[in-house]
Write a protein that binds this ligand. Structure first.
Ligand code: HEC
Length: 180
């Protein structure tokens, strides 16, 4: 090997070393410049209902809980909306809608002399439990899509529970509320 060749090889080795060194430098610069993905701490906040104790209800309250604190006197005021079409008296007549005396636990679409819609008759094997009444009065068309009852429903949970507590009293033997 003459000195010229030696210089060429030495030069190549040196150049390679410089490139490798340079790459490492560059790499460490890039890595140091990288920022953590999240800055600060992620704080998880649990969602709470409006538990103000001021009569506000959360949708998670069971019907039994709502009924346990329901007020039938307030429910009677709610029931005025029903009087446009229903009578609440024992042996009372059917009007636009059937008489609603002793409604709780009575078979669905079974009041004598009333011509129910097919949509309501589809539920005829079931009873007007508190749960079914609660669903129907929340949204009549949600319960029986083609019902003849043209009533929008009562959306506030506690107002509905008050109404159910009142309807329950319209009986010779009021039925027990479901457990909270
Ligand atoms: C605009 C008239 C109208 C109003 C207001 C109305 N209803 Fe009705 N209701 C009807 C009609 C009509 C039917 C029969 C529905 C059918 O056959 O699809 C009915 C049926 C019912 C039934 C089924 C009874 C059974 O024998 O199966 C219940 C329960 C009921 N209504 C409760 C109520 C309550 C509670 C209110 C008040 C919050 C109310 N309705 C307001 C017209 C009305």
């Amino acid at each position: 090997m003459n000195s010229f060749e030696f210089n060429k090889i030495a030069g190549a080795v040196l150049a390679t070393a410089l490139v490798v060194f340079g790459l490492n430098q560059a790499k460490s610069m890039i890595y140091h410049a990288e920022k953590p993905e999240k800055q600060g701490y992620a704080i998880e906040v649990a969602e709470t209902g409006g538990g103000t104790g001021g009569g506000e209800t959360t949708p998670t309250e069971s019907l039994g809980t709502l009924l346990a604190k329901a007020d039938p006197v307030k429910g009677q005021a709610q029931a005025k909306a029903c009087l446009a079409c229903h009578v609440f008296e024992k042996g009372g007549p059917n009007k636009t809608g059937p008489d609603l005396w002793d409604l709780v636990d009575r078979p669905i679409a079974a009041h004598e002399g009333f011509a129910y819609s097919d949509s309501m008759k589809e539920h005829a094997s079931d009873k007007w439990t508190f749960e079914n009444l609660n669903k129907f009065i929340t949204n009549p068309k949600g319960f029986a899509p083609k019902t003849k009852m043209t009533f929008g429903g009562i959306k506030r949970d506690q107002a509905r529970a008050d109404l159910l507590a009142y309807l329950r009293t319209l009986s010779d033997s009021p039925k027990p509320f479901p457990a909270p």
